[in-house]
Design a protein around this ligand. Sequence first.
Ligand SMILES: Nc1nc2c(ncn2[C@@H]2O[C@H](COP(=O)(O)OP(=O)(O)OP(=O)(O)O)[C@@H](O)[C@H]2O)c(=O)[nH]1
Length: 937
Amino acid sequence: MASMRVHELAKEFGMSSKELLDRLQEMKIPAKSHASMLADAYVAKIRKNLEPEIKQRTGQLEDKEAAELAEEQRALAERKAEEERKRREAVEEERKRREAEQAARRMGGLSEQPSEDEKDSDGEDESGERAARPAASAFERLASQIESEKERVAREAEEAKARARAAVAAKEVAKKQAVAEALAARKSGGKGAKHSEPAKKAPVLGAKPKSSFDSLLSQIEAEKARIEQQKAERQNAPRQGAANNQRQKPQRADKKQGGAKPQFQSQQQAKRTFEPEVPELNQQATSEDRYAQMAVQAEKLQRDKVLAEARAAVEAATQEGEGRRKKRKEKREAENRERLEMEAIEKGLDPTLVLDDSVVEVPQGATVSKFAELLGVQPNDIIKRLFMLGQVLTLTQSMGDDLIELIADDMGRKVRVVSPEEEYAVVYHDSEEDLKPRPPVVTVMGHVDHGKTSLLDAIRHTGVAEGEAGGITQHIGASVTNIDGRQITFIDTPGHEAFTAMRARGAQVTDVIVLVVAADDGVMPQTIEAINHAKAAEVPIVVAVNKIDKPGANPDRVRQELTEYGVIPEEWGGTNMFVEVSAKQKLHIDDLLETILLQADVLELKANPDTLASGFVIEANLDKGRGPVATVLVHRGTLRPGDSIVAGASYGRVRALVNPRGTHVDEAYPADPVEILGLNSVPTAGDEFRVFEDERDARKLAEERALRARLAEQETKSHMSLDDLFSRIEAGKQTDLNLIVKADVQGSIEALRDAFDKMDQSEVRINIVHSAVGGITETDVTLASASDAIIIGFNVRPTGKSKLQAEKEKVDIRLYRVIYQAIEEINAARVGLLSPDIVEEDTGIAEVRETFKVPKAGTIAGCYIIEGEISRDDKVRVVRDGTVVFEGTIDSLRRFKDDVKSVRSGYECGIGITGYQDIKIGDTIEGYKIVEVERTE
Ligand SMILES: Nc1nc2c(ncn2[C@@H]2O[C@H](COP(=O)(O)OP(=O)(O)OP(=O)(O)O)[C@@H](O)[C@H]2O)c(=O)[nH]1
């Protein structure tokens, strides 16, 4: 018989596996489950025991066999019943015995626990107890088995729950790790290698946790350690990107607080910003508490994950948007520049000046403190650097252009010295529809005596004839004429000098140049100069071939000659219009005017008249009765009485407007010359004028300009003078004395040179840097200024503007009559013994225009006082071509037939000089007084 499995045998018997297993248990045959294999010996035994039952079930057994089987079963049942009855009796007996014992104890006050002796002495009890004990211990075992089984089931249930929760938590940790890695990867710019390590750990976290709860805890702890490590790595790594900067900010702020706390806060901050926070697990907590904590962790991780994902998305968007933001920034900057440019244009400023931010603009003549302020450095630093350059300047002293550039260069800074003109330079922008046609402004140029003044007179005469009846043109520096109802404005000062001087000041007022060339003389040096100046200014030339009335006139030769200088007549294919005129005989003047208008039409001259006026000063003077008077040429806008105006360093409110015919007017339009009254001082020709809406602005600008001018003047280096020679020698500064000697005769110069040669020159060496016969000229002053020399004049006087120039440039001019005076003074100056100064104080200058022979009085000079005031008791010197030809006193001073005490500038008078008859037309008579001046040193 082969061995069989339980379920196979059960099937054979027609019963369930469970039923068979029970029966096997009764038969003490070992079998655990339906699949248990039964050895053939056991199969035989089972068949034998169960056969009758089986046969009965199947109806296969015979009656006898069935009766035997029934008997057998009944006997077995009886036996079992007997055993059970006995077991119950024993239990009952035991119970009764215990109750009896307890009752006896209660009755006899005996202890509940019987002593060993009592137990031993009571034989009956002992036997009863022995009978009861096996039953009791079996019960207890069973009870304990049940208890342990319950515990096992409960534990397994709990562990199953824990596994489920741990799996959820581990899943969350894995997700969080993935997010953290994604963040780290973005921050590090995708350094995959660096972050592959944590990624490897993921499977550990993601793996099904062991059934042990501790396994989950250890996983969480490991994850926390990993995050901490990553964070530490990122903090050590160089900061990159905007997000990192954001992270740095709180750290910097925290650092200020100092101590360990800020560091902790910064870590917290960093954690909040980047890491999902893993809460601490209390290792001491009970299992229930731990489950609760894990649930909290899982929830927190979920929330942090969402936050981290959101932040990662924002950061990614930030990085992706970097390029777009840069473009937007560039666009914004471009718009800003455009706006500034527009604003500058609206304000009438040069936009390039406003937008040039790479260079520091320093106003000309800026003081040391202003310069330091503009550069944003300490003034001491500037002073120190100046000192190193040998320039001792205080805070309030102004710096020259060269010094400004030198110091800036020394400091590695870029600067641009801005002149007041440039600083206030105005670029006006008018829209096309605001522009209206305006009259042309004309300047007449040409060689000396070619007829410029005559032509202007002729033109004026033409204009007057057609203009106001009987009107007499006033000399205001410019005039207007009308032809065919159209206006032409002429600048009265002919010649290119004034034109160029104006232009040098930025006053480009001329639209057309009329080049006057005498037909009998042709092209001359100043004609060429005029052409060059006109070309430089890019102003078109209309040629007026003058003096055609003269017999030797040859206009074609003029045309021919001019072609050499690029002035080519239209009829010869050039661009220049030629008109043949006679200023003297007023021939073809109208033709000339019409030609000028034609040229103007070509230029399409326009201006905006409907705005605040601006333009240039043509001429200015101080009128005794009316105060400062300036002739201005309106360039743009309309000028009206009451306007707040600034002209150069002058300002004021326009009190009155006077046109060239002397008529008060209410308005002056573009290209109108007009005299203005109301300025607080006399401006300079070429100054720009501007009307301001607010008088305070006009005043501010004017005062600023005036201050600059004063500072610049102060700054003019004081040159060598005899007065400070000694102090300079003492200070060790001076070892040379440079002289420029001018004298009336060469002999004086030679005599002076001999005298100096004989002088002791051990302390100071005397150098004559230049000497010549003749008056002291502007060139002499320039030379003295350049070589730090003193000018010594023997019987000569400063000519032209040289005196003014010397004052301006602080050049010392010493005038002597005899040589020994000069030698004495220079000797005295060397040893510091200059006596109190006897100085000649100039009073006035008269120009001799006529001479009269008067009986008894001799020669009387018919004079015009051109400067100052000459008094009857003044001393005078007669100067001819810069040389003093006579010195003496005034014999008579008359106006008309009256003797007068003094005559002021602008008036005519007759002067008789005591003992001098040789006076000539063109001489100047200089008045002076002798005054004694205390020496200050
Ligand atoms: N015959 C003749 N003489 C003229 C004519 N125009 C000017 N003159 C004379 O030429 C001389 C010089 O004339 P101005 O008008 O003073 O010449 P200018 O160019 O103004 O001279 P400067 O002011 O010295 O530069 C004067 O004597 C005039 O009378 C002309 O058309 N014909």
